[in-house]
Design a binder for this molecule. Structure first.
Ligand SMILES: NC(=O)c1ccc[n+]([C@@H]2O[C@H](COP(=O)([O-])OP(=O)(O)OC[C@H]3O[C@@H](n4cnc5c(N)ncnc54)[C@H](O)[C@@H]3O)[C@@H](O)[C@H]2O)c1
Length: 284
């Protein structure tokens, strides 16, 4: 949809670390003009200097700051073709331990952050005769439930729903705008210390627990993919205009189980109704 990436413009949120930084590197290697954005000033400055590009400090949970990012990209490059809504956080806690501050922080960054990126960049992408593309970073937790990740799953299922509707609407309107949702499994990044970016006004008693749990989670899982490999999976999907970008195909099991449960529920209800209807016919 977006065609050749060479010479086109990309903005990557959460670009100072992990998958976002690897995406920026991969897109630069394709000959794109890239701007990165991140909440963390020091890391952003370092990453931008190392990559030789501009970093714009942005908190994606603030719609005005995302609007300012879009304006900065247009001022610098004239337009944007690819927006990677990638910034995210991933602390964990069981449901009874969650505070409302935990919910607000997670939904503000992981769900509203993506919504802000879609809302602010859509008019810019639509104004390009050459087309455009959204890369929204979801998760394997967009596709299957994970215990202790209630806030994360709720946000990431939302990212998937938003992306699905966006793709349908763009296709129905004949807009040359593609959508990819990146659904990573475990990738070796700094997501396990996300609480470093927690705003003071959303501080909760669970901060240290969440951090500890994230670190434990990191130690417990084996197949940690390097961020550069996850970025290549995303890049391939963008080039092919694939909707799903899957980093860990071996993790299909739980996803299939979930889909089968949904299909079973439909089939069983249909069977109950058939049985009721044939019961009524037999009585008549
Ligand atoms: N690492 C994994 O195993 C994994 C798995 C599934 C999905 N993801 C998703 O990948 C994306 C990137 O995370 P990562 O794993 O590279 O972690 P990371 O912590 O290395 O990078 C995330 C970046 O987002 C930035 N960020 C955090 N809050 C922000 C905010 N409010 N505004 C702007 N920037 C903010 C951080 O400063 C950081 O640079 C996230 O959306 C995450 O949910 C990661």
């Amino acid at each position: 949809m977006i065609g050749s990436l060479e010479g086109k413009v990309a903005v990557v949120t959460g670009g100072a670390s992990g998958i976002g930084r690897a995406l920026a590197e991969a897109l630069l290697a394709e000959g794109m003009k890239v701007m990165i954005a991140d909440i963390e000033a020091g890391r952003l400055e370092r990453a931008a200097a190392e990559l030789g590009i501009r970093g714009v400090q942005t908190d994606v949970s603030d719609s005005d700051q995302v609007a300012a990012l879009a304006a900065a990209a247009v001022a610098e490059f004239g337009t944007v073709h690819l927006i990677c809504n990638n910034a995210g956080i991933g602390p964990m806690a069981a449901l009874p331990e969650l505070t409302m501050a935990d919910w607000h922080w997670m939904l503000n960054v992981n769900l509203l952050g993506t919504i802000h990126g879609v809302t602010q960049f859509l008019p810019i992408l639509r104004s390009n005769a050459e087309g455009g593309h959204f890369l929204n970073t979801g998760s394997m937790a967009s596709l299957k439930p994970v215990p202790s990740l209630a806030t994360y799953c709720t946000a990431k299922y939302g990212v998937l729903g938003l992306s699905e509707v966006l793709a349908l609407e763009m296709a129905a309107a004949g807009e040359p705008i593609g959508v990819t949702v990146l659904c990573p499994g475990p990738v070796a990044t700094d997501l396990g210390s996300s609480t470093r970016n927690r705003p003071a006004e959303l501080a909760g008693g669970l901060k240290d627990v969440l951090l500890e749990d994230s670190v434990q989670f990191k130690a417990a899982v084996v197949d940690w993919m390097p961020p550069a490999q996850a970025a290549q999976v995303a890049l391939g999907a963008i080039k092919r205009n694939d909707f799903y970008a899957i980093t860990h195909p071996a993790m299909i099991g739980d996803v299939r189980e979930r889909h089968r449960a949904i299909e079973r529920a439909f089939a069983e209800e249909a069977q109950r109704r058939e049985a009721q209807a044939s019961g009524r016919e037999a009585q008549a």
